[in-house]
Design a protein around this ligand. Sequence first.
Ligand code: TYC
Length: 101
Amino acid sequence: MDEKIHIEEKEDISLDKPNLYRVYLLNDDYTTMDFVVYILMTIFDKPQIEATSIMLHVHRNGKGLAGVYTKEIAETKVYQVERLARSHGFPLKCIIERDDR
Ligand code: TYC
């Protein structure tokens, strides 16, 4: 039997690239440098050298890019960072910004 898959045009529209969101870490005076590196390695999958470089950038400039994700994943990263930080008694914060490319 000759089965052909019928794809309607409107389905093409839903295949558009999703909006992306940047997750930034913010500096503070209390979270340890080692803990921020640990967060970048475990939650943002960064190798140690890159994690250290991002942490130092945040320390010196106040804010630094940890990763770019779709909305739900970005929101989950923020939740995971802040939950892990609070459980260790650190005030570490991160924010999400829409990536307009
Ligand atoms: N400023 C912190 C310190 O001197 C280190 C730090 C870096 C904290 C990055 C937060 O997102 C951060 N211990």
